[in-house]
Design a protein around this ligand. Structure first.
Ligand code: DON
Length: 560
């Protein structure tokens, strides 16, 4: 059976399969890539003003909270991989800032029923973004903090041109929120009424005031004082659990990256509580058991093997992964032997049914948005950051008077303890809700290094599809030697163990239909679906910097 998930598929496919005629030129020194042109421009300006990659990433992230508010945020969370160019050129100092949200102190494992809405205050995790940016700045920043927040204040206060993807997202969400989320509707509606068009001006003055508090007082301006009061007030009478002590007690964590070796490169990736690095280690580990560049990259054998690798990796994700303070990562999961053992169970002639991989995970009887930015500075430092509100527009709750949207990240916990089913709900213990616990993420920002130099910076939105998107961009770049633009544009597939199916971009298009039929013949179910938005930087062997914004949503590069 072939089905299409999104009705906008036809438009997307025409974009995907049209051969890009735009002439690309490499940069020599530095580059910033993000989903939004004004935010990318803030990043490159900070580099020109003498900031390093960390400064530029922080400023770009604050700007995204204004110009791409459907995912950019101050009340969400994420992961930032920082690769400072160590004195030995070995990136031994690389770290990951984990600014993932946490469950409030009053949260319990059984606080949600399967049908509960994720657009309520109860679904909001204690936000991590502002604490994460402050931690990164204290450790590595060169420019003053206020200089990094100021551009976002100006964008929110003076207004900015609405980009195409934002206009479309606003026009879709506003009618849905008129009754359910009136503050959202008030803040984001066009002052003169009517639909948003590209280049209309949007001002968010209350967000500017909140950003001023962050600019002047740092994270304390968000987690304490009037902004914190507003967030706690928002919880009242609506079942929300976040208290003043949850906010004041939030801490970002500094973690060691997971280091994945693949075809002579080293990939620095986010560790738990993100599943990104572990999934990458497993998928790329399985791919590496095969001869390099075997067959046709988009041929049925390669896609079958890739999908079977993904399925096995996501089974391990469900079994083991969660906040490492509650569910420690078994170290053997990262060994090449473990990946090789999983790879040895793949049959080339036939898909393995997902249910048969469940093992000791009991199965119940049958019954967008995030954003990524990449920065490379003139000193060879790289920052790869993914940040999210969970769903597109998060909980849709705009804090009254604060002008910012609350995340709905509690939805990333395993909601119903014990219930793992074939629809893709996971109920394993590792990621059940507990007070103060970080919910499991799929965010997968990475920096790739080789012989003391940064070679790639990438990551993507897309929920559980993220590690698979990143694995394919890396596979394209590191094994198939594709130019950056092609590595990003090549159609992607996704398998997440359950549902037991492959999602493939353009599965029903004339260009892919024979491939889809061949996968069906091997026993896969195939659905058509767009996937990810991987804003990528690639540095070739000559040191030329290729910035490849992903055009699936929107994207803008700047450099020199
Ligand atoms: O952290 C995670 O894995 C999810 N909250 C990410 C959600 C996401 O990417 C949705 N956007 N497209």
């Amino acid at each position: 059976m072939i089905s299409a998930i999104f009705s906008c598929g036809a438009l997307l496919l025409s974009l995907l399969f049209a051969q890009s005629t735009e002439v690309q030129r490499p940069y020599a020194k530095r580059a910033v890539v993000s989903v939004s042109r004004p935010a990318t421009e803030v990043g490159i300006r900070i580099l020109r003003e003498g900031g390093n990659a960390v400064d530029a990433a922080i400023a770009t992230a604050f700007a995204l909270a204004v110009t791409h508010p459907q995912a950019g945020n101050i009340a969400g969370g994420g992961f930032m991989v920082v690769a400072p160019h160590g004195s030995q050129g070995n990136f031994a100092d690389a770290k990951v800032v984990d600014f993932r949200e946490t469950a409030p102190a009053k949260a319990t494992a059984s606080m949600f029923q399967p049908g509960d809405s994720v657009r309520t205050t109860k679904a909001v995790g204690v936000p991590g973004s502002v604490a994460g940016m402050e931690m990164a700045h204290k450790k590595w920043g060169k420019l003053p903090w206020a200089q990094l927040v100021e551009p976002a204040v100006n964008l929110a206060r003076s207004g900015f041109p609405v980009e195409k993807s934002l206009a479309a997202a606003l026009n879709k969400v506003l009618p849905e929120t008129a009754k359910s989320h009136p503050e959202f509707h008030r803040v984001f509606s066009k002052p003169a009424g009517g639909v948003w068009k590209t280049n209309d001006e949007l001002k968010i003055p209350e967000l500017a005031t909140t950003l001023e508090a962050i600019r002047d007082k740092g994270a304390a301006g968000f987690y304490t004082g009037p902004v914190a009061d507003r967030m706690v007030d928002e919880m009242k009478g609506s079942g929300g659990l976040i208290s003043h002590s949850d906010l004041a007690g939030y801490k970002a964590e500094l973690r060691d990256p997971i280091r994945v070796k693949f075809r002579g490169y080293e990939i620095l990736a986010a560790p738990p509580p993100s599943s990104g690095g572990v999934c990458l280690a497993l998928i790329l580990g399985m791919l590496e058991t095969r001869q390099a560049k075997q067959g046709d990259r988009m041929g049925v054998d390669n896609l079958h093997f890739l999908a079977e690798s993904m399925k096995r990796a996501y089974r391990e994700r469900a079994r083991w992964l969660g906040d490492p303070a509650f569910a420690p990562l078994p170290p053997e999961l990262l060994s090449p032997d473990f990946a090789a053992r999983l790879a040895s169970t793949i049959r080339m002639d036939r898909a393995t049914p997902s249910a048969s991989l469940a093992g000791d995970i009991p199965l119940a009887p049958e019954g967008d948005s995030t954003t990524h930015l990449s920065v490379l500075d003139g000193d060879g430092w790289a920052v790869s950051m993914t940040t999210t509100l969970e769903e597109t527009w998060g909980s849709r709750i705009v804090v009254a008077g604060g002008g910012f949207i609350l995340n709905n990240e509690m939805g990333d916990f395993n909601w119903v303890p014990g219930r793992t089913d074939k629809l893709g709900r996971i109920g394993t213990a590792a990621n059940q809700i507990a007070p103060g616990k970080r919910m499991l993420s799929s965010q997968c920002p990475v920096v790739v290094v080789r012989e003391g130099k940064v070679r790639a910076v990438t990551g993507s939105p897309g929920g559980r599809t993220i590690p698979n998107t990143v694995a394919q961009v890396l596979w394209n770049l590191l094994e198939w030697d594709m130019p950056a633009r092609l590595a990003v544009e090549t159609p992607r597939i996704h398998n997440q163990w359950f549902p037991d199916q492959i999602r493939m971009e353009g599965a029903t298009s004339p260009a892919r239909i024979e491939l889809t039929k061949a996968l069906l013949k091997r026993g896969h179910k195939v659905v058509s679906s767009p996937q990810g938005d991987a804003h990528t930087i690639w540095v070739d062997a000559k040191g030329q910097i290729w910035a490849a914004p992903d055009r699936r949503i929107e994207g803008a590069a700047a450099g020199e």
